[in-house]
Design a protein around this ligand. Structure first.
Ligand SMILES: Cc1ncc(C[n+]2csc(CCOP(=O)(O)OP(=O)(O)O)c2C)c(N)n1
Length: 280
């Protein structure tokens, strides 16, 4: 947590994360589309919002993070690197190797900064709800549990069972985030399982719902600042409208780039588009 970081610094940090994602994508196939859509939210969450000291992960009073859309492991690892969990070049070097802590889905058996191993959609969210309930049972009224889901993931039945339970248990220490980029792996949300108004659904399930542009750093920061206290009694959900592949023109809103590896030519093009902003 670095509460003194400015919007401009967070924008630069998000750009750096995107550049790292593109570099990695030139080495290995990753879920680049859904990494890029949630980059801005993840950057504000990890580099501004969360109370998380990488040197003391056993600290019971810290916040918790669950990546329910487990395929977005790369954007998580690069943000963890940015706060000192490990080096950025370790992520790129070790990714998808046998000895590696980093792969397409996060695994807590090999990486101590992964709270819960995920990858099977619909399972991280119920675990996060259980963790939030567990904190309450232990008398912890200050830590929050943050959980990131996909919009396609909302078609899993386990999501709604957990949503109902979290409201029933009054888990105001739970903050769920939906990356509402409108695309899944092989079709649009409307083509696969039309979800209708996701915000309205959570509202009737008893949640505090905030819906906003999930690629606007200033807005994301405002929304985190406006969270109800961790010891309140209504879970919050952010429905973040995002663009899959955000930041790389040929990837934006393209199903082809749900996952894949970049050729050298496309890598060069993407890096030109993500050139650092030199303005003061
Ligand atoms: C239970 C389960 N079914 C299928 C998959 C395969 N799968 C991986 S990513 C994905 C699409 C998910 O779409 P969404 O939740 O919208 O994620 P995003 O678009 O943000 O990447 C699917 C179906 C899976 N990981 N888990």
């Amino acid at each position: 947590m670095r509460k003194d970081i400015s919007v401009r610094e967070l924008e630069d940090a998000a750009l750096e994360i995107r550049r790292n994602l593109v570099k990695l994508c030139n080495h290995e196939a990753i879920h680049i589309g859904g990494d890029l859509s949630i980059t801005d939210v993840m950057t504000v969450l990890w580099q501004y919002q969360m109370n998380y000291n990488p040197k003391d992960v056993d600290d019971e009073t810290r916040d918790r993070f669950v990546l329910s859309k487990g395929h977005a492991s790369a954007v998580t690892s690069f943000n963890q690197a940015a706060i000192g969990c490990f080096e950025t070049n370790e992520v790129i070097r070790e990714y998808a190797t046998d000895e590696g802590r980093f792969s397409m889905h996060s695994c807590n058996l090999v990486n101590p900064f992964v709270e819960v191993s995920t990858g099977s959609l619909g399972l991280g969210f119920p675990v996060a709800c259980g963790m939030a309930a567990g904190l309450r049972l232990k008398g912890n009224r200050t830590s929050r549990v943050y959980v990131v889901m996909g919009d396609g993931e909302q078609s899993e039945g386990s999501v709604w069972e957990a949503a109902m339970n979290a409201a029933h248990c009054r888990l105001g220490n739970l903050v769920a985030i939906v990356d509402n980029n409108e695309l899944e792996a092989d079709g649009t949300i409307d083509e696969i399982t039309g979800l209708g108004d996701i915000a309205a659904k959570y509202r009737v399930f008893g949640w505090n719902v905030r819906e906003f542009d999930g690629n606007n750093i200033a807005e994301i920061k405002r929304q985190f600042d406006a969270l109800p206290p961790a010891d309140s009694d209504q879970p919050t959900i952010f429905i973040c409208h995002t663009v899959k592949g955000k930041g790389v023109s040929f990837m934006e809103n393209q199903l082809r780039w749900h996952a894949g590896k970049l050729s050298d030519a496309l890598y060069e093009q993407a890096m030109r588009e993500l050139a650092p902003n030199e303005e003061a």
